[in-house]
Design a protein around this ligand. Structure first.
Ligand SMILES: C[S@@+](CC[C@H](N)C(=O)[O-])C[C@H]1O[C@@H](n2cnc3c(N)ncnc32)[C@H](O)[C@@H]1O
Length: 229
């Protein structure tokens, strides 16, 4: 909260009042929603965890910030979920906010993959506390996503800007290897696609962007693989 307000104050000086006020209003709404929605579910997903606290020592592995509740809802509203058929994966699942929200949707299986032991433990506690679930199974995996083979039934792949560079490229190779082994339609939901994904991956020939919507400070883009048919 303090960090966000400090950033907003810097922006006020740089961009002026008219541009900054709506941004501050959106941030405040997001912070209030986070408290209310976490409390309603009996979980704790909102506090950010910095690079320094995580101790990854590699700037391509990004720190923990939870997906904004409104953003997740708007993004997933654009996905046609096939009830009890689709399998959701969050790459870099942190304390599990996206996993917990996906568990409230009719997925057959929901999987979260998180590198940090500490965040994985937090997500496991949150999952145990979750009061309502609509999906089939939920699985939390502690692993580096680059070393995690993408399951042949994974169909809705969610990312909130978890990594970049070679790390992102390797995970995308894993997705392509999974598609080569088990051809199917996949949907990639990418929050803050404008940060790295658009520049590093999305222009490649295997993906088509099917939706794009604004979100706090950037955009969400949704892609399908071209051979999807
Ligand atoms: C911006 S947070 C997103 C959290 C969560 N997906 C959400 O939407 O609430 C990025 C997460 O990616 C994790 N991460 C970074 N590099 C990773 C890697 N190579 N493998 C798995 N997780 C990673 C970080 O620890 C962090 O929890």
């Amino acid at each position: 909260m303090v960090n966000s307000l400090r950033a907003a104050a810097g922006r006020l000086r740089r961009d002026g009042f008219l541009k900054t006020v709506p941004l501050i209003a959106r941030r405040l709404r997001s912070q209030v929603m986070a408290v209310v929605e976490d409390r309603r579910r009996g979980v704790s997903t909102s506090r950010e965890v910095t690079d320094h606290q995580l101790g990854f020592g590699d700037s391509r592995y990004h720190a923990y910030v939870a997906t904004d509740y409104d953003t997740f809802k708007a993004a997933m509203g654009l996905v046609d979920i096939r009830p009890m058929q689709d399998v959701f994966v969050d790459f870099g699942s942190g304390k599990g906010r996206a996993v917990l929200l996906a568990a409230e949707m009719p997925f057959r299986r929901v999987i979260g993959v998180e590198y940090s032991m500490q965040l994985h433990a937090d997500a496991s506690r949150n999952l145990a506390a979750l009061r309502h679930r609509r999906c089939g199974e939920v699985e939390l995996v502690q692993a580096d996503a680059t070393r995690w083979p993408v399951p042949p039934d994974a169909t809705v792949l969610f990312f909130f800007n978890p990594f970049d560079g070679e790390v992102l490229a390797r995970v995308c190779e894993n997705i392509r290897a999974s598609l080569a082994e088990s051809p199917r339609k996949i949907t990639i939901v990418y929050v803050r696609a404008d940060k790295f994904f658009e520049h590093e991956i999305a222009w490649t020939e295997w993906l088509t962007r099917i939706h794009e919507i604004p979100c706090s400070d950037g955009k969400v883009a949704i892609y399908e693989n071209k051979a999807a048919g």
